[in-house]
Design a protein around this ligand. Structure first.
Ligand SMILES: Cc1ncc(COP(=O)(O)O)c(C=O)c1O
Length: 387
């Protein structure tokens, strides 16, 4: 995607530009500004707009509102912290402790909440992944014991590698072992051939607006009514007490507009061709300088290409791309912008150096094959300087 500043943006897993309907709607400037909790007409207008998004989300994700609650929040970090810590707090109140199982391939918002659980005596464990970054299901069954309530996070699509973990597979195991599952679905929307309907047998799902063209600072979680959790944010009891605070009406409207855009623009057949083209290009034209990470995973997102550089560090290559007007990331940037080895890649068995030497190209659901072909010609030109 060429931006108005003439840069080629290949970092959709980090965040996305606003989708066309959101931009159009914002430009009109005609917002329902009322407090959705107010009982006057202006408040009701805002409430109605939120309800429209809520109805749309239930319908589009195929979940039933008699079985699932839906709450809005400021994004996936908050949604996930709410569900995991909130579940632990619920159990704590009744004298029980949670077993929380997650993976080092998960996002930092899952990994970095472990210590706050341990502080209250909850158990945390870290699951194994294969060399290609998939959950190692052969070892997973052994992790759970019948006498402790357990919650596992499954990251549906990995943000660095694009590796897809199977929801069907976890369902089988869940039936046997009886643990709860939260699905981090942040990177799934528009990036898999099929990302809806959602499985009604898994307990919770979290999504974030800025990853699919909605405003930043807004996201939503579906959670089964029998998955009891204490809210993270206490206050005026909005959203049935699940998340207090006046709702972000504009953000919530943008979720619906952006999702409608993704649904009508996504062409999984063209995306499939993009994936095959890119894989073949990397193999045949770029093999001297890099290789595709997780190439032998069972399934990868259609839009993510994580490249392990053979002779050069990510920083150097990213500078060359930056100067050539390309925006893309290394798999391993830490919050300060310095290159730290990627925790996710290290957990897949990469060495420190290898885990510092990856770059990631991530495309939008709107991307078309012809444009990708041109982009890869330019990518080749830049990368082959580092042979
Ligand atoms: C897989 C995954 N989970 C969670 C998050 C956190 O999302 P947010 O920025 O909405 O807090 C991200 C964002 O990078 C992500 O990629």
């Amino acid at each position: 995607v060429k931006l108005t500043n003439n840069r080629t943006y290949l970092d959709f897993n980090a965040t996305s530009p606003l989708s066309p309907s959101v931009t159009e709607w914002l430009a009109k400037g005609d917002f329902a500004f009322g407090n959705p909790a107010s009982i006057h007409h202006t408040g009701k207008q805002a409430r109605r707009q939120i309800e429209q998004t809520t109805e749309f989300l239930y319908e589009n994700f195929g979940l039933d509102e008699t079985q699932f609650d839906l709450f809005y929040h400021s994004g996936a970090s908050e949604g996930i912290n709410t569900l995991v810590k909130g579940r632990a707090e619920q159990l704590y109140q009744s004298g029980e402790r949670l077993h929380f199982h997650s993976f080092d391939t998960d996002h930092s918002c899952l990994v970095n909440l472990r210590p706050s659980l341990e502080l209250y005596g909850h158990k945390t464990s870290i699951g194994s992944v294969t060399k290609s970054g998939e959950i190692d299901f052969s070892k997973l069954a052994r992790e759970f014991s019948p006498n402790r309530p357990a919650l596992m996070n499954l990251t549906w699509v990995n943000n660095e590698t694009g590796v897809v973990n199977s929801l069907e597979k976890i369902l089988e195991l869940k039936h046997d072992k009886g643990f709860h599952v939260h699905v981090d679905g942040v990177q799934a929307i528009g990036k898999l051939p099929s990302w809806r309907p959602l499985h009604p047998e898994l307990e919770a799902y979290t999504f974030s607006g800025h990853k699919f063209g909605a405003l930043k600072g807004v996201g939503f979680s579906f959670v089964k009514k029998n998955f009891l959790f204490s809210p993270l944010i206490h206050g005026g009891g909005q959203q049935a007490g699940l998340r207090s605070g006046t709702q972000n009406t504009e953000g919530i409207v943008s979720l619906r507009l952006a999702l409608q855009d993704v649904i009508s623009a996504q062409d999984p057949i063209d995306q499939g061709k993009i994936q095959s083209f890119a894989e073949e290009f990397i193999r045949s034209r770029l093999s001297e300088v890099c290789e595709l990470v997780s190439n032998d995973a069972r399934e990868r997102a259609l839009t993510t290409f994580c490249l392990r550089l053979k002779n050069v560090k990510a920083n150097t290559v990213l500078t060359a791309f930056d100067l050539a007007q390309f925006d893309l990331s290394s798999g391993s940037a830490c919050a300060s912008g310095a290159v730290a080895p990627s925790r996710a890649l290290m957990s897949m068995g990469f060495t420190d150096l290898e885990a510092k030497s990856t770059i990631r190209l991530s495309f939008s659901p709107y991307q078309r094959l012809a444009e990708v072909k041109e982009i890869f010609e330019r990518v080749e030109e830049i990368l082959l300087r580092f042979v």
